[in-house]
Design a protein around this ligand. Sequence first.
Ligand SMILES: C[S@@+](CC[C@H](N)C(=O)[O-])C[C@H]1O[C@@H](n2cnc3c(N)ncnc32)[C@H](O)[C@@H]1O
Length: 260
Amino acid sequence: MDIQDYNGKAWDQLVARKDKWTVAVDADAIARARQGDLHIQLTSVKTAPREWFPDDLHGLKILCLASGGGQQGPLLAAVGADVTVLDYSEAQLAQDRLVAERENLDIATVRGDMRDLSCFADESFDLVVNPCSNVFVQDVLPVWREASRVLKPGGILLAGFLNPLIFLFDLADYENGKLTVRHKIPYADINDLPEAELKALLLDDNKPVCFGHTLYDQLQGQCEAGLAITGFYEDSMGEEDPLTGIIDVLITTRAVKLPG
Ligand SMILES: C[S@@+](CC[C@H](N)C(=O)[O-])C[C@H]1O[C@@H](n2cnc3c(N)ncnc32)[C@H](O)[C@@H]1O
């Protein structure tokens, strides 16, 4: 099975089901952004601090990485940035084009894998915005290496990702609010689920295949790619998540590409 291809199609279906990660921003949010009131979500509930972004975003080259869905890209275009959105799901990219057309914004959309940004030259972006998405790729280190390569020295990477502890638990129990430790980290649906459960996930539920990366790969992986982490916050998955109130399971980092 080509995991990437499967996951791209699974995301197309999530768009059809109006999953919360696929709902585009409305006209009010764009109007507020046009007035300089910018709220970019990289996780589930909180928005990234405004001071994490350069003061003046006008004309800056921004790559919204694995960021389809009509959210981060259109808002950043509305404040005047030169935005490219890369995603593997055609339907997610169509959401960005829809908002761009509705709001008269210029956004380039590119279908591609977040681990291979060879369609972009070295040092071509001022900012890379990567909302929570590396849970859908088997190996996260190429994501950091490629994000770093396409950033200009001094450029900024803002990334949201999952604390892997969420993958310790049995999923069926978890969805019923019960925390049963079952797996170890690193975790991969394709390796760690018994065949019948994996088949149900793929064939019955059409859910994207997930990977729980170590915090070492998430944090040290950025450092080894030449990025210096300068900011960090945690977020919950929202009121209905069984771990909310116990521990925040989403992480966001701000990192700056070191020169040389
Ligand atoms: C949770 S959504 C995050 C983006 C969305 N704008 C948001 O903030 O809700 C995850 C995105 O990652 C994309 N994705 C999954 N695997 C990918 C890959 N290998 N390369 C690029 N995008 C990928 C999905 O299509 C989806 O749009």
